[in-house]
Design a protein around this ligand. Sequence first.
Ligand code: GUN
Ligand code: ZN
Length: 429
Amino acid sequence: MMKQAFRASLFHCLGDPGPQADASAVEHIDDGVLVIEDGRVVAVGEAANVLPNLVEDTPVHDYRGKLIVPGLIDCHVHCPQVDIIASYGEQLLDWLNKYAYPAEMQFADAEHAREVADFFLGELLRNGTTTAAVFATVHPHSADALFAAAEARNMRLVGGKVLMDEHCPEELRDDPESGYADSRALIEKWHGKGRLGYAITPRFALTSSEAQLEAAGRLAAEYPDTWIHTHLAENQEEVDEIARQFAWSRSYLDVYDHFGLLRERSVFAHCLHLDAEDRDLMASKGGAGAFCPTSNLFLGSGMFDLRSMTAAGVRIGLATDVGGGTSMSMLRTMSEAYKVLHLQGQSLPASRALYLATLGAAEALYLDEHIGNFAPGKEADFIVLDTDASQITARRAAAAETLDELLFSLIFLGDDRNVAATYLCGERR
Ligand code: GUN
Ligand code: ZN
């Protein structure tokens, strides 16, 4: 593929701006050019410097007046739950029984699984999410449907078939042997194919027998570069139940650690009810937390303690957790993250919110050598944000005096209308 250039206001993170919005951790080029070739970033710079050096026939896409940022990354989301997003009234365990499990049962039908996967990925892209770590269902063909749909779009995706063999509806149970064998076959088929990666996906310790957790740990040891994707310490009732079910454990995280499920590329959704020992253990083993603010508020689960998690050195990425989460939009997710932290006396400047959905999320998923910012050589996943796409964002942006102010307002007021274009490896989707 030939060289292409994109002219716009450019913004990306070079590191974690932290709670004080460290300006040296970001790069903003007001009249910038992003140059890509063969789907990868070649250079970013000032238009005045870059444009004269482009060979004459290089196409320059003119997005002046708009803002280009790296593609957004959703560290934890459930494909089958798009159909029950925003379902009334329950906290986690009742919500699973009443809404999530029935929706997942419908995935016994492979055609349904394909239809939902197509809708789901389309919706992610419309919202500017270019990479996601995704739960399918217990059915192996649900993971096939997801991977095939991602492959067709050349989308970077980490996904897996759910492992669950007890304390859930009969129709959604696998068993330790079949779960192991089916996951293994899916790893062989999809892991490392193009931009796809496999996540060994025990739903949570409540719905897996010790034999299944042990089998998952064995698989993780056999395939050390796969991901492990699960839920951790989301809801107090859940945490209490774990303590009963695994009476020998020191903590919920200790259960996963015991079975070899805490390591680099382990991603734990929620992490609300952890102690200092858990946080230190997670950091030392290289596990990551997925911060799911809309879900934590919607399901009444609790408030994520970003300050303690980052102080302990845990990798953190933002996530929607749809359908426990209430929006596919990472902009909406960032704005709810701000509120959750504000309630706890913690701050979240716009640049750090974006970091948690781009470079920080890429680091949490161990994908930062491929994605997360515009460093030369990275895959050219980016989005074009347009403040003029809705009246309120246009009006607020016109009054903004700094890029920080503009970005902050877009995080709160923007939605999928403001995502004017989504590019995967330099190709518009
Ligand atoms: N814990 C176990 N399964 C789920 C799920 O589907 N959603 C959420 N939010 N938490 C879970
Ligand atoms: Zn979840």
